[in-house]
Ligand binder design. Structure first.
Ligand code: ADP
Ligand code: MG
Length: 312
């Protein structure tokens, strides 16, 4: 077997029960993430994303099951497994009085990297992440987005082959988010770093990831390529704006083909299935003497799929 056939991350029947609250946070999770993948774990708050990630990084102890990082069973050798991992946790966890440079250099020290090597490396990574002007600044003086990037810089100090990020862009403004996306995409494509991130931003998954698992109440309810997920999103909701008319009430009840829902005096919502076309809809509305002014998707397709899965 060649090395590349060994998954970067493998979970076999992993379950987690938090005894204190009696919460079954993960139920029999089986998952393999291959080397070089950019993988998303997608789910609502409380779905179990952080628990899963924390089991991979040894912050939470699993109840049952097995985890392998690059073929290394974490029950047998977590020390080696951890050398492969860079971790960006959901909560900021660095010393607030320490400078950005110190935080990164100290982290490198945990992996046996001496200061002569760590200092230029830290400067380079911090600069790449737009923190070149903040090397000596105490971390408490940074904005939220900068702190997030500092966490990413710190996680990369030992050159990990796998990067795990828990909601890296939560609370980060749009422009910074795009910058982070570019950076993550670059290290994935150019350095071959396998990336696993959790998010509840659908557009993040669409923009970055090759594959995604949707997790709900501790179970993986969908696992596929993002391309297939988009393809299987066979229904899409639209908002129709029309010239206000009392005829709209009739138009809503006159059809069994379309489920039209009145939003207000000049807009309707409709779900278009894979067997229907927008043409059919406009034609129908025209026969009902409704003048359509505009039509726009309600959310993106992945969002609709996600919402439908969570409704079930
Ligand atoms: N330390 C803990 N003790 C008890 N219950 C926990 C703990 N951490 C998480 N949980 C519970 O486990 C479930 C999954 O939480 P979490 O993994 O944080 O989900 P997510 O990251 O998807 O929001 C939730 O019901 C949460 O309340
Ligand atoms: Mg979480």
């Amino acid at each position: 077997m060649t090395n590349s056939a060994i998954p970067a991350i493998k979970l076999v029947s992993v379950s987690k029960l938090y005894p204190s609250k009696g919460v079954q946070a993960l139920k029999d999770i089986n998952l393999e993430i291959q080397e070089g993948e950019f993988f998303a774990l997608l789910g609502a708050n409380g779905a179990g994303k952080t628990t899963l990630i924390n089991i991979l990084t040894d912050l939470v102890t699993k109840t049952t099951g097995q985890v392998e990082i690059k073929g290394v069973n974490t029950d047998k050798d977590f020390v080696t497994a951890k050398t492969y991992l860079g971790v960006v946790p959901q909560e900021f966890n660095f010393g607030i009085f320490d400078s950005c440079l110190d935080i990164c250099v100290t982290q490198a020290g945990y992996y046996g990297i001496n200061r002569e090597i760590a200092i230029p490396r830290a400067k380079q990574i911090l600069t790449d992440l737009g923190l070149g002007g903040k090397l000596a600044s105490p971390s408490r003086t940074l904005s939220g987005g900068m702190k997030r990037r500092l966490m990413i810089a710190r996680s990369l100090m030992h050159n990990p082959q796998i990067l795990i990020l828990d909601e890296p862009t939560a609370g980060v403004d749009v422009q910074l988010r795009l910058g982070m996306w570019n950076y993550l995409q670059k290290i994935n494509r150019e350095n071959g770093v396998t990336i696993l991130l959790t998010t509840h931003y659908l557009e993040e998954v669409e923009a970055l990831c090759t594959r995604a698992a949707i997790i709900k109440d501790g179970e993986i309810v969908k696992l596929d390529t993002v391309k297939n997920l988009l393809h299987s999103a066979d229904k899409e909701s639209y908002i129709i704006e029309f010239v206000p008319t009392p005829l709209v009430a009739q138009a809503v009840t006159n059809t069994s083909k379309f489920e039209l829902v009145v939003i207000d005096e000049n807009s309707l919502e409709v779900e278009i299935g894979s067997k229907q076309t927008i043409n059919d809809l406009i034609q129908y509305l025209t026969t009902q003497k409704i003048t359509v002014k505009s039509l726009r998707p309600k959310g993106n397709r992945l969002e609709t799929l996600f919402i439908n899965i969570l409704k079930k």
